[in-house]
Write a protein that binds this ligand. Structure first.
Ligand code: FO1
Length: 319
């Protein structure tokens, strides 16, 4: 961390909803050209022939203050006419395709991305254009332009895609393992490695360690940078009082043989993260976390107000 008061370069490793919330805290705190979100694309999928990138879109819509407050994804004030038409037709082959709700305006994003990719643009270029259109004040980089798919092996349904697990089954079925299809062949996206190498601080957002952060780290070269720069890497625990605020992170940690606690998160990240920010309710775990060789910082981590969000963001780059 450079000590001059010049702007710190901050790289934030992101999943979806939780990451988007924390990113809001950096806007206005860090110059736009010094702030980069490196986002997961393992949730991506092709549905109705459309390229859908949920974590990228959730970050864009959230920072554009256009995200649905109720859902945390998709757009506020959305209508669902197109999906209602799809539902009316039922399915000719396989299951009806209305299990994944695509709002009418959100569909415009997928139509644009699909067309641009088909015309030969890469995901980084398309994402930059989407971010620019929404007036985003930061760089949003997909961790890779290549195909990367988080696959979840379940007890009763075999191996399914992340969205089939998360949405299709409302992440309510037990999981035995997770893998990132395509990771070994994936190349880090443009500027991803250089951004991580040059950042004064690398922040791991409070996203799901197993299915949102790990796919980012699984892209060759990414984990190596964080391991090497561990002292400049700080994570915010997504587990508070043993629970995830949203989504299956707590259950997944247990189903994958770990513990759903701040200490469990420190154990998950210990090779790549030098500091873990934990919530005040978990203060009693700070000593055990430090015994792992991970610095523990205790603060309010439930981003219920802009002031708390700003303070949390500030803490991750000033501590
Ligand atoms: N999550 C749901 O629980 N149900 C949905 O129907 C759904 C649709 C959807 C459409 C676009 C999009 O960008 C996200 C959507 N999500 C939906 C959320 C998404 O599954 C998750 O946000 C991430 O993939 C996990 O971080």
């Amino acid at each position: 961390m450079n000590t001059t008061d010049s702007q710190p370069n901050v790289a934030v490793v992101c999943g979806g909803v939780g990451a988007a919330r924390l990113l809001r805290g950096f806007i206005g705190l860090v110059d736009p050209e010094c702030l980069t979100a490196i986002a997961n694309v393992g949730d991506d999928m092709v549905l109705h022939g459309l390229n859908i990138s949920p974590d990228l879109d959730t970050i864009v819509y959230t920072l554009a203050e256009a995200v649905s407050a109720e859902r945390g994804w998709g757009l506020e004030g959305e209508t669902w006419q197109a999906m209602e038409m799809v539902a009316r037709y039922g399915a000719t082959v396989g299951e009806p395709l209305d299990w994944f709700s695509l709002g009418d305006r959100d569909l415009g994003t997928h139509l644009f991305r699909t067309q641009a990719l088909a015309a030969g643009a890469d995901l980084a270029t398309v994402t930059a254009q989407i971010a620019r259109t929404w007036g985003l004040d930061l760089r949003l980089l997909p961790v890779t332009n290549d195909r990367l798919r988080t696959m979840v092996t379940t007890v009763d349904h075999g191996e399914i895609s992340f969205q089939e697990y998360f949405v299709g089954h409302q992440h309510s079925i037990p999981v035995t393992s997770v893998r990132f299809d395509g990771a070994a062949q994936a190349t880090p996206g443009p500027r991803v490695i250089e951004t991580l190498e040059q950042a004064d601080r690398i922040v791991v957002a409070p996203s799901n360690p197993a299915v949102s952060i790990d796919p980012v780290l699984a892209v060759p070269g990414v984990r190596d940078v964080l391991e090497r720069r561990r002292d400049d890497v700080i994570a915010v625990s997504p587990i508070i009082g043993g629970k995830a605020l949203k989504g299956p992170a707590d259950r997944l940690l247990v189903e994958l043989g770990r513990t759903s606690s701040a200490l469990g998160v420190a154990e998950w990240y210990r090779e790549v993260v030098g500091t873990l920010v934990i919530d005040t309710v978990d203060a009693d775990q700070a000593d055990a976390i430090e015994a792992l060789g991970v610095r523990a910082i205790v603060t309010e981590t439930i981003m219920s107000t802009p002031a708390i969000t700003r303070a949390l963001a500030e803490l991750t780059i000033k501590s």
